[in-house]
Design a protein around this ligand. Structure first.
Ligand SMILES: Cc1cc2nc3c(=O)[nH]c(=O)nc-3n(C[C@H](O)[C@H](O)[C@H](O)COP(=O)(O)O)c2cc1C
Length: 223
């Protein structure tokens, strides 16, 4: 986690297919609200489509240079789909009992209906997509690959590139180029811990601050 950096320039070398597959599987391990899994990932490797993504990002080089750019799609209406396959899996794995499944089946759609009335379906699906993208970026860093989260794009143009221009139920959450880095970047720094971590109430500091256990970061320390 400490070694990951947002990388803007990439080598053209392709990512071995089994490694990319593994990273995508790890991204899908991310938790999601009610296990609705309201997100999907479009793997864009075609050079013309990657050029289209660069145009959609106002000329940012990452999608054109990286061998693959992943588009994390928020599926705002996924909760309306039949989820019996998910519940069957949970039952077979003895992860959830019938009572828990019944509660999910009843309360999940109620929760989503309330979101729909408050215009929040998109926001909640974006949360599912963002956490999956985060999982992927951490897994990629561990595999020695570079990534960058990307927010700076025209949503309609990105949707056109991945073939969903007419889908109002789908939104773009994040673009993540993946590949070997063509640049080194140093950690740009963060605000002090005490400015961003509070105790009990927002703005409240710990009276006797605890020092962290040292987590060795071999990758960063050796670079
Ligand atoms: C939601 C989000 C959107 C971002 N969008 C872009 C982007 O469009 N282009 C870019 O070069 N970097 C983008 N970044 C990368 C940030 O600039 C970067 O994470 C930040 O400067 C901290 O650097 P680090 O990731 O190396 O720690 C984005 C980061 C996040 C979390």
């Amino acid at each position: 986690m400490r070694a990951r950096r947002s990388i803007r320039h990439y080598l053209p070398d392709p990512i071995p297919a089994p490694l990319l597959r593994q990273l995508l599987e790890l991204a899908l391990e991310a938790p999601s609200s009610w296990n609705f899994q309201s997100r999907s990932i479009v793997v864009v490797s075609d050079p013309e489509l990657r050029a289209g993504l660069t145009r959609a990002t106002n000329g940012q080089p990452h999608p054109q240079e990286a061998p693959v750019t992943l588009v994390f799609v928020a599926e705002c209406e996924a909760w309306r789909e039949n989820l019996d396959d998910v519940y069957d899996q949970a039952r077979q794995r003895k992860a959830w009992n019938d009572k828990f499944i019944a509660m999910f089946q009843e309360s999940g759609p109620e929760f989503q209906q309330d979101l729909a009335e408050r215009g929040l379906l998109r926001e909640y699906a974006v949360k599912d997509a963002m956490i999956a993208a985060t999982y992927l970026m951490i897994a990629a860093a561990d595999a020695g690959l570079a990534t960058s989260p990307m927010n700076g794009w025209n949503e309609d143009e990105v949707k056109k590139v991945i073939g969903i221009a007419d889908r109002d139920d789908l939104a773009i959450a994040l673009l993540v180029p993946v590949g070997l880095p063509a640049e080194q970047r140093r950690h740009p720094g963060r605000k002090p811990f005490e400015h961003k971590v509070f105790q009990q109430q927002y703005g409240m500091q710990e009276i006797n601050p605890v020092r962290s256990a040292h987590v060795t970061n071999t990758k960063e320390e050796s670079s």
